[in-house]
Design a protein around this ligand. Structure first.
Ligand code: F6P
Length: 345
């Protein structure tokens, strides 16, 4: 078989371990592997590179993706689906391994229904993909954010300041929740639960009244200020939409910091972690998870079990239908949020 691999959507640490695992296992299974560059764009333009054992040597610890990535939506391109089917035929590609999040796997689901032999691997730092307990990339992002929170703690304390830390998380607050818990945040704000500015300020005032001279507020970029009695709503960095219809978020951290300072009188600073959370080497956890997902995906192809995605359930990797992964987003677990709230204020 000739197998095509691609990485789509926002990059994240752990993509290279998955590519390496798919290639190594598929070659052991007697197949040939090529990598399409820049996600679905590479397949639409028939641009690929050969992936042999040498090509994936030395990439396990490297962040990003050697195949590069894009947010190309096949179904927004005229004749996109037909072009992919034609290009696969012309290049003799028998099967595809699509590594990506909701958008990339959503395209894979539609292509599967159109007859393409495809399997998926779940990727996103946001951890908001359904049908898997964890996506690779999330653990690395959480550790980067936790380390930043640790560092902000010491400077916050030295200057009697409130530090607002804005982390990624468009529709789900997994990074905010986990990094905030691990970093000892005094408040965590997530997209799933719009917050009232006055309530946030009350918590901070009470904390400072009991003698604390600094606070850490962790906010997900998609958190929304509930302004039923005020004036703002979701904070957008840009009104521009990508080809999957997502707006670019960012800005809630600065807004929150200025409102907190205004309403409490506490000197406040904002730090936006942004794409730092997606850069650099994957953690050991993400290298192992990515490797397990990659080997499993290669085995799905070997068995001809298409239309499936590798998924982590407890400690096991299992196959789930691609469709189950992309129907609905996985939002944060309220029970975990309740545990985190024990330490607010
Ligand atoms: O989907 C992953 C993610 O990192 C989100 O957390 C974030 O909102 C978005 O991608 C940023 O996308 P871009 O790389 O296009 O700025």
């Amino acid at each position: 078989m000739k197998i095509g691999v691609l990485t789509g959507g926002g990059d994240c640490p752990g993509l290279n371990p998955v590519i390496r695992a798919v290639v190594r296992k598929s070659i052991q299974n007697g197949h040939e592997v090529v990598g399409f560059t820049e996600g679905w764009k590479g397949l639409l333009e028939n641009k690929y590179i050969d992936l042999d054992v040498d090509a994936v040597s030395g990439i396990l610890h490297r962040g990003g993706t050697i195949l590069r990535s894009s947010r190309t939506n096949v179904y927004k391109v005229p004749n996109g689906e037909a072009t992919i089917i034609k290009n696969m035929k012309e290049s003799g590609i028998d099967a595809l391994v699509a590594i990506g999040g909701e958008d990339t796997l959503g395209v894979a689901t539609k292509l599967y229904k159109a007859g393409v032999k495809v399997v998926g691997v779940p990727k996103t730092i946001d951890n908001d993909l359904n049908a898997t307990d964890y996506t690779f990339g999330f653990d690395t992002a959480v550790n980067i954010a936790m380390e930043a929170i640790d560092r902000l703690h010491t400077t916050a304390e030295s200057h009697n300041r409130v530090m607002v830390v804005e982390v990624m998380g468009r529709h789900a607050g997994w990074i905010a929740l986990h990094s905030g818990m691990a970093g000892g945040a005094d408040i965590i704000l997530i997209p799933e639960q719009p917050f009232k500015m006055d309530e946030v300020c009350e918590v901070l005032k009470k904390r400072h009244a009991r003698g604390k001279n600094f606070s850490i507020v962790v906010v997900a970029e998609g958190a929304q200020w509930d302004t039923s009695d005020e004036k703002e709503s979701m904070i957008l960095q840009s009104q521009e939409l990508d080809s999957f219809g997502h707006v670019r978020l960012g800005g809630i951290g600065n807004l929150l910091a200025s409102e907190i300072e205004k309403r409490t009188g506490f000197e406040t600073r904002a730090t936006i972690l942004g794409h730092v959370q997606r850069g650099g080497s994957p953690t050991a956890y993400d290298r192992v998870l990515g490797t397990r997902f990659g080997v499993f995906a290669a085995e799905l192809v070997q068995k001809g079990d298409f239309g499936k995605m590798a998924s982590l359930k407890g400690t096991e990797i299992v196959a789930v239908p691609l469709e189950a992964a992309t129907g609905e987003l996985k939002t944060v677990d309220q029970k975990l949020m309740d545990v985190a709230a024990t330490f607010f204020g």
